[in-house]
Design a protein around this ligand. Structure first.
Ligand code: NI
Length: 184
C-alpha cells in the first residue's frame, strides 16, 4: 500500500509532456496504478495523474463516490485511463472551482468544455470510449492536462478567482453568486 509523495507546483516534472504507455497488462503498470490508487485515496483526491508522483507516463485515474473535498459534486465512476484523447462535443464551456493535489490548499475558477468524448485504454489494453458532461468532463480535462504539463492556474481566465480554499465559502461563493453562478 505505498502512498507516494505528490509533487507540488514548481517541480519541473509537472511541466513535462508525458510519454505514451507502449505495453499493457505488465507488472510495472499494475504497480504504478496501485500506487496511484493508494495515493489518491489517502489524500481524498478526485483524480491523479502519473506525473504527479514523478512517473513520466500518460496514465490518469479519477473517480468520486462522495468526496469531502468536493461535497456537491456528482459521482464519477472510478476509472483508470491510459493514453487518453479528448474531443470536445460542442464549443460550450462553463466555469467551475477546481483544486489539485499539486497545489494544496488552493482553488481556482476554471473554464472547461461542458460535453466531451474521451477515449483511452484500461491497464489490460481494453478500449474505454465515453461521452460525458459537467463534473465528469471537468475531472477528465483536469487530469489529462497534467499529461501535457498543464496545471489548472494556466486555465484561469480571471485571477481574482484564484486563492486559498479557506477563504472559499464566503468571499468566493458571494462573488460567484454575484456573477449568476451556482454556489458550490
Ligand atoms: Ni491536478
Amino acid at each position: 500500500m505505498p502512498v507516494k509523495n505528490v509533487l507540488v507546483m514548481g517541480d519541473p516534472r509537472l511541466l513535462q509532456v508525458a510519454r505514451a504507455v507502449s505495453e499493457f497488462n505488465t507488472p510495472a503498470l499494475t504497480l504504478l496504478v496501485q500506487d496511484m490508487l493508494d495515493t489518491m485515496a489517502a489524500l481524498n483526491g478526485a483524480g491523479l495523474a502519473a506525473p504527479q508522483i514523478g512517473v513520466d507516463l500518460r496514465v490518469v485515474i479519477f473517480g468520486i463516490d462522495r468526496n469531502p473535498r468536493y461535497p456537491q459534486a456528482e459521482p464519477v465512476p472510478m476509472t483508470i485511463l491510459i493514453n487518453p484523447q479528448i474531443e470536445a462535443l460542442s464549443e460550450e464551456t462553463y466555469e467551475g472551482w477546481e483544486g489539485c493535489l499539486s497545489l494544496p490548499g488552493l482553488r481556482g475558477l476554471v473554464p472547461r468544455y461542458k460535453h466531451i468524448r474521451y477515449r483511452g485504454y484500461d491497464p489490460q489494453g481494453n478500449l474505454i470510449d465515453r461521452e460525458v458532461s459537467d463534473f465528469h468532463a471537468r475531472v477528465v480535462q483536469h487530469e489529462c492536462d497534467h499529461l501535457d504539463g498543464i496545471l489548472f492556474p494556466r486555465r484561469i481566465r480571471d485571477m481574482r478567482y484564484f486563492g486559498f480554499e479557506k477563504e472559499f465559502p464566503d468571499h468566493w461563493n458571494n462573488a460567484a453568486l454575484a456573477q449568476g453562478k451556482r454556489p458550490e
